[in-house]
Design a protein around this ligand. Structure first.
Ligand SMILES: [Cu+2]
Length: 445
């Protein structure tokens, strides 16, 4: 364990080194922080307590469908080990892909630490290609920034590099490959970084704290390799590398204070993430925490490529609430893209004429794609139609960047509680003749 004095010395030495390297930036930060520091955050102050322990000096973040990167303390430094490697990963039931990730995961595990921590991150490259890791949004010495060629030599197959710096800020950040980025990020090489404040203000504390990375992929139906050369037509849109119905729900208790941290390292798209049934406040960006008076209410938060956004709300409305990207093509899975427009086509005669040649042939899509999802459109092996999932009342015709916020009273665990049972009178239902008559509603014949 580090002593209070050691922590102070280490932090001051590194902060001083960075200031010497970039005097303009350091002094601008100092000036810019003055008002926030006094009124709001402990950011940039040296650490005065030993490095954090999960659950002791911070509420650990939950990465749905993911995991936290383990660490140990060696002589007061938090030591982590990332291993870049090929990983076979299931995007959604029925679709596996051969990706590149870290420590057997796609995306990589979430790195979690506390402001003031000295961190040492080893990166071993088990890929055939060279790689490097960039710590996106983190204040660090220039030589630790991870841009291959510019700040360091790329890490070759079999090599282990060491990155070391002191965390002088708090918030939600990301890491990703910075060598042949177009290829390596499209293959999955990214993850989230969460740095908790050393001295959290009262408004920082939440009961449930989630981290979700948004990304997008092109995987030709029937194949397993993401195509990094795709520029526009992404057909698998994911939250923590899972497309619905592969996404784990966010389970919370009624009354919980909830934070969701989004990062977006998609190749080409921004994602407006919409939560049903609530408004939330945007409380953080990768520039840090938003001062309380500036935390504006929203129902949709635009998470641009290369940025993070934190949102917070109090889960006061029980139910199963949709939580998804509002770009309609981003809640559609693989085979739902690139099919001919069949809306309004009368297919009966075509089927009769084609079936003697192709017995399995069936014209689909005349009423849109909802039926196709439910009927199970025939698709090549290892591919998914627009898909969705069987819901409690009907088929849920959403895929891709879609998950559920499940809010329940009286939970004894945060395991998936199943579908919400609506209280009597609190669910849309077929109108009765008596109700139509009472309200004078004329139904066109
Ligand atoms: Cu989107």
């Amino acid at each position: 364990m580090v002593t209070r004095r050691e922590a102070l010395v280490t932090t001051a030495a590194v902060a001083g080194g960075a200031a010497l390297l970039t005097p303009g930036r350091a002094s601008a930060q100092a000036a810019g922080n003055r008002t926030w520091e006094t009124s709001y955050s402990g950011s940039k102050q040296p650490a005065s307590v030993p490095p954090g322990q999960p659950g002791k000096d911070y509420q650990p973040v939950i990465t749905p469908n993911g995991a936290a990167l383990p660490w140990k303390v060696v002589d007061g430094v938090k030591v982590y080990h990332l291993i870049a490697e090929e990983v076979e990963h299931e995007m959604a039931p029925g679709l596996k892909a051969r990706c590149w990730g870290y420590n057997g995961r796609v995306h990589g595990p979430t790195i979690e630490a506390v402001e003031g921590d000295r961190v040492r991150i080893y990166v071993t490259n088990k890929l055939a290609a060279p790689t490097s890791v960039h710590w996106h949004g983190i204040f660090l010495p220039n030589g630790m920034d991870g841009v291959a060629g510019l700040n360091q030599r790329a890490i070759r197959n079999g090599e282990t590099y060491k990155y070391e710096f002191t965390l002088r800020q708090h918030g939600t950040f990301m890491y990703h490959s910075h060598h042949d980025e177009m290829t390596q990020m499209a293959m999955g090489m990214m993850g989230m970084i969460v740095i908790h404040p050393r001295r959290p203000t009262a408004d920082y504390k939440v009961d449930r704290d989630f981290a979700i990375m948004l990304s997008e992929w092109r995987i030709e139906p029937g194949t397993m390799r993401p195509n990094p050369n795709e520029m526009n037509d992404f057909n698998v849109l994911t939250m923590n590398a899972k497309a619905f119905p592969g996404t784990e729900p966010l389970v919370v208790k009624t009354g919980d204070r909830v934070r969701v941290r989004f990062g977006n390292l998609s190749a080409m798209d921004h994602h407006p993430i919409h939560l049903h049934g609530y408004y939330f406040k945007v409380t953080g960006t990768d520039g840090g925490r938003v001062p309380v008076p500036a935390q504006r209410p929203e129902t949709t938060v635009l998470v641009s490529v290369g940025s993070t956004r934190d949102i917070e709300f109090i889960a006061d409305a029980p139910g199963d609430w949709a939580f998804h990207c509002h770009m309609t093509h981003h809640v559609m899975n693989q085979m739902g893209h690139d099919i001919p427009n069949m809306i309004g086509v009368k297919g009966g005669g075509i089927d009769k004429r084609v079936q003697p040649l192709l017995p399995a042939y069936m014209t689909m899509g005349q009423e849109g794609m909802g039926d196709m999802a439910e009927m199970g459109m025939p698709v090549p092996k290892n591919s998914i139609p627009m898909v969705g999932a069987k819901g409690p009342y009907d088929y849920i015709t959403m895929g891709g960047m879609f998950t559920l916020l499940k809010v329940r009273s009286g939970l004894t665990s945060y395991a998936d509680p199943g579908w919400y049972e609506h209280p009597p009178g609190e669910r849309a239902d077929l109108a009765s003749q008596a109700e139509l008559q009472r309200d004078g509603i004329q139904v066109p014949s």
